[in-house]
Write a protein that binds this ligand. Structure first.
Ligand SMILES: [Cu+2]
Length: 64
């Protein structure tokens, strides 16, 4: 499914890399893109929204 999150703690492209790694740790097949300017993260995944949100939060980021 396609999910979209606003991750307000993103400050730079490395934060996006951290989030990509965190999401792919729970779903290796996930497609993750993020924009450091808009702080919008798009995820195409087979796991549910709560799992993805938890992965991002556990990586130290704040999901709005
Ligand atoms: Cu960063």
């Amino acid at each position: 499914m396609a999910l979209q999150f606003k991750v307000t703690s993103i400050t730079c492209p490395c934060c996006v890399d951290t989030i990509i790694a965190a999401v792919q740790a729970v779903d290796s097949g996930a497609t993750v893109t993020g924009d450091p300017d808009t702080k919008v993260v798009n995820v195409e995944t087979s796991v549910n929204e709560d799992t993805v949100k938890a992965a991002i939060t556990n990586a130290g980021h704040l999901v709005e």
